[in-house]
Each structure stands twice: as C-alpha cells, then as structure tokens.
Design a protein around this ligand. Structure first.
Ligand SMILES: [Fe+2]
Ligand SMILES: [Fe+2]
Length: 263
C-alpha cells in the first residue's frame, strides 16, 4: 500500500497569489502531476490541512479543480486556515466527510487503517483535540488492532520553530499521547502545519510533519528567529506499507533536477 501525503496547499481564488507572492495553485498542479507520474502510482492521497488559505467557497472550488486529475481516493482534513462547512459543501461527493461538529473519519479498506483527526479551532492558529474528539479516537482505536496511521494538521510536539510551537496542538496533546502510548499498532501520526519535513519519536510512535506543496517555513531554530518562508523545493511524503517490513517513509521532491544517472 502506497500512501502519498500532500500538505498545506493554501489555495486562493483563481488569479490570486497567497500572501501576494506565492502561486499555490501552480504548485499544487505540479504536485498533482508529480503524484500521478510516480511508479507505482500511490493508491491513496492524504491532504493534511490548510487546504485553502482563507476558508472561502471560491478557494475550495478552485482546490477541487486542481485535485480533479487524481484518480485515486483523496482524503481531506481541515487545518487552521480552513472552515469546515465550505470544505464540506465543495466536496459533497467525498462521502467519508461526516456531518456534525468535527471532520473525523476512518478509512479501513486496506492493510493500514487511516484515522483522520480534526484539530481545527475556528479563528485560532493553534490546534485542539477536545474530550469529544479524543473519546471518538479512543473508540475507533478500540475497534481494531490493525496497523494504523493517525493524520491531523497540527503536530502534537514542539519542533523548535518558536512561532509554530506556540501554535501547535496546544490542547489535548497529553491525552492524545496517553492514548497512543497504549497502542503499539499506531505506526505514525502524520501532520502538516509547519511547512517543513520534521520527525520525532512521540508517545512511542513516530510523529512527522510533511512539507508544503508550495512555500516552506525557513529553518529558524534560534529562539528569536522570525517567522519567514522561502521557496525551498516542495515535496510530497510517501508512506509505503509492505507486509513483513512495515511502514517506510520517503520524501519525493517536486521539480526538475539534474539526472537520473546510473550509479
Ligand atoms: Fe500551512
Ligand atoms: Fe496550519
């Protein structure tokens, strides 16, 4: 099973650049073409939040057009730049998107179970998992001992980039950690939000952040580093499950690079 993870697509209305500078739609179109050209072709695509930039219906309609070339199932979750109702309205045929207060769901038709968590707190940059969302997770994890991937927008750990650490999963991370710690079948917690590739051992599993398909956060590890972005190469994360091996994660960089040449 090959799972592609895209993150932080930040789509704007047609003809509008993100932050007046970044052509996030052009970047997503290239990311989609990149995923389609991979061999083997990923069976599933996860998009881990900040799907659009301002939660606008027009942005979700644009996102929908940009994702349309993907023939495999595409699973969406909201980030802090998203709004649940316009997201659901634009993707009404994405039957897995539940009605109600939160966009949490399970995809269980392959060797790895995918559990989507909704960390959105409307109007705030940080993430939350309240008791209701975590109760739901505990129930879902009790149903099956299959290898499981959790995916959510906000990372639960401090990554060392001050501005992002102040707006990580600020509420519910301790209980999430306690739940995951008891479940060795949780193979990964896949996140976005930070616009960089990052990994950490967390609560006995591997928590990771995938880069953005567009702009990346600059690597500012000093405590006074300002919040900046740059156009470092974008990438998609590829998570490959093989029986007898487990889940191995790669980054696949989007763009034109010299090579390949034989070793
Ligand atoms: Fe983002
Ligand atoms: Fe975010």
């Amino acid at each position: 099973m090959l799972i592609a993870q895209m993150s932080d697509t930040h789509i704007r209305p047609k003809g509008v650049l993100a932050m007046g500078r970044v052509d996030t739609a052009g970047h997503l179109a290239r990311a989609v073409a990149h995923v389609i050209a991979l061999r083997p072709v990923p069976e599933v695509v996860l998009v881990t939040g900040d799907l659009v930039d301002a939660g606008m219906a027009e942005e979700y309609a644009h996102l929908r057009e940009l994702l349309a070339p993907l023939a495999m199932p595409v699973y969406l979750i909201p980030g802090n730049h998203d709004l649940r109702d316009p997201l659901r309205a634009a993707f009404g045929d994405h039957r897995y998107l539940p009605p109600g207060d939160f966009i949490q769901y399970v995809v269980d038709d392959g060797p790895v179970r995918l559990v989507a968590l909704d960390t959105l707190t409307p109007g705030a940059p940080h993430g939350e998992l309240c008791a209701r969302r975590l109760d739901w997770l505990e129930e879902r994890l009790t149903e099956s001992g299959k290898p499981t991937i959790l995916f959510m927008h906000h990372p639960p750990f401090e990554c060392g980039l001050k501005e992002f650490d102040e707006a990580r999963l600020n509420v519910g991370a301790d209980r999430l950690g306690a739940i995951v710690q008891r479940r060795p079948n949780v193979e990964r917690i896949l996140c976005g939000h930070v616009h960089r590739p990052i990994q950490m051992r967390w609560a006995g599993t591997i928590a990771s952040v995938a880069p953005s398909t567009a702009h990346q956060a600059t690597l500012g590890l000093s405590p006074d580093a300002p919040l900046m972005y740059s156009m470092e190469p974008p990438a998609v994360a590829l998570h490959q499950w093989r029986p007898g091996v487990g889940l191995v994660t790669h980054l696949s960089y989007i763009g034109e690079y010299d090579g390949p040449y034989p070793f």
